[in-house]
Ligand binder design. Structure first.
Ligand SMILES: *Cc1c(COP(=O)(O)O)cnc(C)c1O
Length: 365
């Protein structure tokens, strides 16, 4: 038995019908019918006003910084996927790493102000594992210093707090629809903005800056989503709640079974939060558990269970970034410890009861 991840796939027959429609339309990219439908359906599903589809989840990060004219230094978290920091670098800005808080795995608001310099223009936090950051405090700091806030919300598809989408926080938020995410369009992503004028500008930027046939208003890029993937996404959107429901049941089973094991910690559901169960991280305290995280990780692999060490190694340890003053482990003690302790257990909509029990067995020993 091998337990690996499994992407959410639309029913093949229905996808075939969509493909026939696309063949019939003879319109395969550039804001076609499926692209328009998915933008509308997605905005309604998520509870946001203005959303622009992208060809992956990295280009909306890069485009957000471009659109907001971010320069100088950007405060961010080392506890994320590398794309978060790469997007800052690709805009010619300097990433400044700030440690995370244990309660959310998001950037620690208590440590942001000390990292602000006269060159700081933005904060780029991550709703890690879909757990909302401390957005109120981040916003208060941003307001005080006149900074923009761009959330990497790649993990936060459908996450709500007190009924409101967390994608409406800050100046912009980005999503990833990569195959490994809760919702996918094979590859894909989106940028969520606060007003129609900004959405218009984003729509230009993702199409080379074209505002009309003859007018280029900015140095844009090509990051549009095509019709085939928009159709794929439209079908997946219809079944994503069912998939989230299955993930929820698996998370509940994991929690019931793993609670009380010395040295194993995990997140409980948080009051008022509608989670998406995209990840089920556990944190292994080697001394209390009697085995290191890596020993457990490789033992699980011997039993065919492929967990993921998200996020190890920290972005700040990669060769491109480790020379930055803010990248020193002494500046990032919580992130360093959590990166050394984390394993994300397998969780997806097709995981069988037998597979779940096998994972539990290996963690329980
Ligand atoms: C997946 C992911 C991205 C990148 O998205 P792609 O669609 O793979 O380009 C960015 N940030 C985080 C936190 C992610 O998990």
């Amino acid at each position: 038995m091998t337990t690996v991840t499994s992407p959410l796939l639309p029913p093949l027959k229905e996808f075939q019908r969509c493909l026939e429609q696309i063949w019939h339309n003879r319109w395969i990219t550039n804001n076609g019918a499926f692209h328009q439908q998915l933008e509308q359906a997605m905005a309604a599903y998520l509870g946001v006003e203005h959303l622009s589809l992208f060809t992956n989840g990295t280009l909306p990060l890069i485009t957000a910084l471009q659109a907001l004219h971010i320069t100088g230094e950007v405060i961010t978290t080392p506890y994320s996927f590398v794309a978060t920091t790469h997007a800052i670098w690709w805009n010619g800005c300097k990433p400044v790493f700030v440690d995370i808080e244990e309660e959310t795995c998001g950037i620690d608001p208590d440590r942001i102000e000390a990292a602000i310099s006269p060159r700081t223009t933005a904060i780029m936090p991550v709703h890690c594992y879909g757990i909302p950051c401390n957005t109120d405090r981040i916003q208060a700091i941003a307001r005080k210093y006149g900074l923009k806030v761009i959330y990497d919300a790649a993990h936060a598809f459908g996450v709500r707090r007190d009924g409101q989408s967390i994608l409406n926080c800050g100046d912009m938020s980005t999503l990833s629809f990569h195959a490994t995410k809760v919702f996918n369009t094979v590859e894909g992503g989106a940028l969520i903005v606060n007003d129609g004028e900004t959405k218009q500008r984003i729509d230009y930027l993702k199409n080379f800056g074209f505002a009309s046939e003859t007018e280029v208003v900015a140095p844009g890029i090509n990051s549009k989503m095509d019709e085939v993937r928009a159709a794929f996404g439209l079908l997946n959107l219809q079944q994503v709640d069912t998939a989230i429901g299955k993930r929820h049941r698996i998370a509940t089973r994991y929690r019931d079974a793993l609670r009380g094991i010395p040295g194993i910690r995990f997140f409980d559901d948080m009051p008022g939060i509608r989670h998406n169960y995209g990840y089920f991280p556990i944190f292994v305290n080697a001394a209390e558990y009697g085995m290191s995280r890596d020993a457990l990780y490789f033992k699980m692999q011997e039993h065919g269970i492929y967990g993921r060490r998200y996020f190890y190694p920290l972005i700040s340890t990669f060769s491109s970034y480790r020379g930055l003053p803010s990248a020193t482990p002494a500046n990032l003690p919580v992130a360093t410890r959590m990166a050394d302790e984390v394993i994300c257990l397998p969780i997806h909509h097709e995981l069988t009861d037998e597979e779940v029990e096998n994972v539990i067995l290996q963690v329980k020993r």
